[in-house]
Design a protein around this ligand. Structure first.
Ligand SMILES: [Cu+2]
Length: 117
């Protein structure tokens, strides 16, 4: 009888330890969440990526890696940057889901879009 109790105690302790590990695991997985910002690079007269998909609330930053000035202007004037010189950045936070087509007003053939989900 005494031996049975002892084994039961060990089993319960092990079970409790296992349960606490199982419960804390989902919290660890959350560390892999996406960062709150995303970047579009401007290089060689093009935006990259040409289509960027982000969650609503994310901030997108454009960086001009080209050696000529470019702008970032949305088709429906939701956002509009000043002329960005080399290494200049422009950021916009997208709060509403939708597709935002944009272009460079200096070189209108430079087009791309942001898809907000
Ligand atoms: Cu341009």
């Amino acid at each position: 009888m005494k031996k049975t109790r002892w084994i039961l105690g060990v089993v319960l302790t092990a079970l409790a330890a296992f349960t606490s590990i199982a419960v804390t695991r989902p919290g660890v997985a959350k560390a892999g969440d996406q960062p709150s910002s995303a970047e579009v690079k401007i290089d060689n007269f093009s935006f990259g990526p040409t289509t960027l998909t982000v969650a609503a609330g994310r901030t997108v930053t454009w960086k001009n890696n080209d050696d000529v000035p470019h702008t970032v202007v949305s088709d429906n004037k939701v956002f509009k940057s000043k002329a960005l010189d080399t290494d200049d950045k422009f950021s916009y936070t997208f709060t509403k889901p939708g597709t935002y087509n944009y272009f460079c007003s200096v070189h209108p053939k430079m087009v791309a879009k942001i898809v907000v989900q």
